[in-house]
Design a protein around this ligand. Structure first.
Ligand code: NI
Length: 227
């Protein structure tokens, strides 16, 4: 399931991020790719340990924690510290799959990548190409969102970023280990939760059907979640 989340960052926040990122020290992204992905990865990244990456990454995490849609969709258990990349001058990332297990640098914490996230920091009209293409059960889905918006997609899917032929595509990207490991189970919980949220203002607070549906949600979560 592919879930867009609008307005994770405001336009003011995007502007501040970009002022600082555009002036930052960018390095060859191939350094941090796995052996297969290295051959197809042609972009730039900021050193994860830099003060800038840590500060901006923490800001993204605080915004996400306050996004009910993100929490409902991802049911996050752990989030890998957000990273930052930049594609320009034909930069591209060919078809690959993200590593399943990622050690958080400088810690003994390993994050299993259940969901991948891309937070767009360039407006679509700033660059040509640079689509995030995700292979799914219904074919290829192309994603290019306004700056400040984020897309969540299953880390189990093959994906790529098409060459950026004009301008620059700046983004933050990271991975989420979910309390519910299976995408299909998480998708059912998300649908159920979203419907309950939509029905709640229409029903009486003690509506027995809504109470029962809420019970179903929690009992499925109890069955499927690990903490
Ligand atoms: Ni990837």
């Amino acid at each position: 399931m592919l879930i867009p989340i609008e307005g994770v960052l405001s336009s003011d926040e995007v502007r501040q991020f970009r002022q600082r990122l555009d002036a930052a020290d960018w390095q060859d992204g191939a350094k941090t790719a796995g052996s297969l992905a290295r051959a197809v990865k042609h972009n730039l990244q900021i050193d994860d340990g830099s003060a800038l990456a840590v500060e901006l990454g923490n800001h993204v995490l605080r915004r996400l924690a306050a996004q009910p849609l993100f929490v409902s969709a991802a049911l996050p258990r752990r989030v890998y510290p957000p990273k930052f990349n930049r594609y320009t001058g034909g930069g591209t990332y060919g078809t690959h799959i993200d590593s399943a297990l990622m050690q958080v640098p400088g810690t003994d914490i390993t994050v299993r990548s259940d969901l991948s996230a891309t937070l767009f920091l360039s407006e679509p009209e700033e660059y040509d190409g640079g689509e995030l293409q995700i292979d799914g059960p219904f074919g290829v889905q192309a994603v290019k969102l306004p700056a400040g918006d984020l897309v969540l997609y299953p880390s189990s899917s093959l994906h790529r970023v098409t060459p950026v032929t004009r301008g620059a595509r700046v983004a933050s990207f990271f991975w989420i280990e979910s309390m519910v490991r299976e995408d299909a189970q998480r998708a059912l919980l998300f649908d159920l939760d979203q419907s309950i949220q939509a029905l709640t203002p229409l029903a009486a607070p003690d509506d027995p059907h809504l109470v029962r549906l809420t019970g179903v949600y929690h009992n499925l979560l109890r069955r499927w979640a690990s903490t």
